[in-house]
Write a protein that binds this ligand. Structure first.
Ligand code: PBG
Length: 327
């Protein structure tokens, strides 16, 4: 009888052995928690399509940031949900806009205990729901939008953001924001570029979270990337690095693990991936029906994102993963 000489199972025998030879380790330090802060509410509001996630008041956002920090989560990315919207999204750069109010409070209360990243876009603030300023024909004007992004970056930096994260997929946004920040003396404010952001169907629950619907049933395919393209993502990433990005991101995560791996092979910059709202909600919905073990799938998915090459993961699972990882 010829038994196999090479036995892969030897190193899988016990938890200690498996832990010792594990190639990928996930830690709370890898996680960035998205946080929604809504203007004009007295109590946190649940988001039905994102079970367990809420629109915070400024007060409860501070509490949640403290909780995340005590769990070892180093950073949050803040999204503002304004009480009123207008065609240009002026709440996004208003010093009294909700994101700026929240950033100021968070930075006063938490100082350097929590890295404050501000998502930089207009869609939460525009009444038409697009990520920029519309031209006469209803499409987003790239260069007019860049000027507004520069205003937003300055408002966020002045309010205490240590990192700004442009997510609008306008051409030249990283360069325009870097120039604006440097021109105002914010040399130390870093840019996390949503470099390869796809026009994905997985952002649905997020749009509920920020009360956004795109006018006329429109979509973002005129500025976000086509899911069929991988090489194009590498061009986007290369351009953002040239323009001065300090960190780059691929978004969404699981359907784009090949893009994450390719990006990892091309850049030594810190690489982030956004495990987006739809990815989170699919886990929650299936777990609620008892069809999967939600906690186990959450861990499997996020480990996969790291294994593909991401250093950092933006995820609504940050709190619960950190709790599980801290055991
Ligand atoms: C745009 C933005 C979006 C997300 C983050 N920033 C939505 C979009 O592009 O439509 C989606 C995040 C998620 O789905 O969790 N400001």
């Amino acid at each position: 009888m010829a038994y196999p000489a090479i036995r892969m199972r030897r190193l899988r025998r016990t938890p200690v052995l498996r832990e010792m030879v594990a190639e990928t380790r996930l830690s709370p330090a890898d996680l960035i928690a998205p946080l929604f802060v809504r203007e004009g509410i007295a109590e946190p509001q649940p988001i039905p399509s994102l079970p367990g996630v809420v629109q915070h008041t400024v007060e409860t956002a501070v509490k949640e940031a403290r909780r995340l920090s005590s769990l070892g989560v180093p950073a949050l990315v803040l999204f503002g949900v304004p009480a009123a919207k207008d065609p240009t999204g002026s709440g996004a750069w208003d010093p009294a806009g909700i994101a700026q109010v929240a950033l100021r409070r968070l930075s006063d209360e938490l100082a350097d205990d929590m890295l404050l990243i501000a998502d930089l876009c207009l869609d939460e603030y525009t009444d038409h729901g697009h990520c920029g300023i519309l031209d006469g024909c209803g499409s987003v004007d790239n260069d007019l939008t860049l000027a507004r992004y520069a205003d937003v970056a300055l408002a966020q930096a002045a309010a205490g953001a240590r990192v700004v994260a442009p997510s609008g997929m306008m051409d030249g946004q990283v360069g325009a924001i870097r120039a604006a920040l440097d021109g105002a003396g914010f040399h130390d404010v870093a840019i996390l570029a949503y470099a390869a952001k796809y026009a994905s169907a997985l952002y649905g629950p997020f749009r509920d979270a920020v009360n956004v619907s795109i006018a006329g049933g429109g979509d973002r395919r005129g500025y976000q990337q086509d899911p069929r393209n991988r090489r194009e993502a590498l061009r986007e990433i290369a351009l953002d690095i040239e323009e001065g990005a300090d960190m780059v991101m691929v978004k969404p995560a699981l359907a784009y693990l090949d893009v994450i791996a390719a990006a990892r092979a091309r850049t030594d910059l810190p690489l982030a991936a956004y495990h987006v709202s739809g990815e989170y909600s699919m886990i929650k919905a299936a777990a609620e029906r008892g069809w999967i073990d939600g906690a186990a799938v959450a861990l499997e998915h996020t480990v996969a994102i790291k294994r593909a090459g991401a250093d950092l993961i933006l995820t609504y699972l940050a709190g619960e993963l950190a709790e599980a990882l801290n055991g």
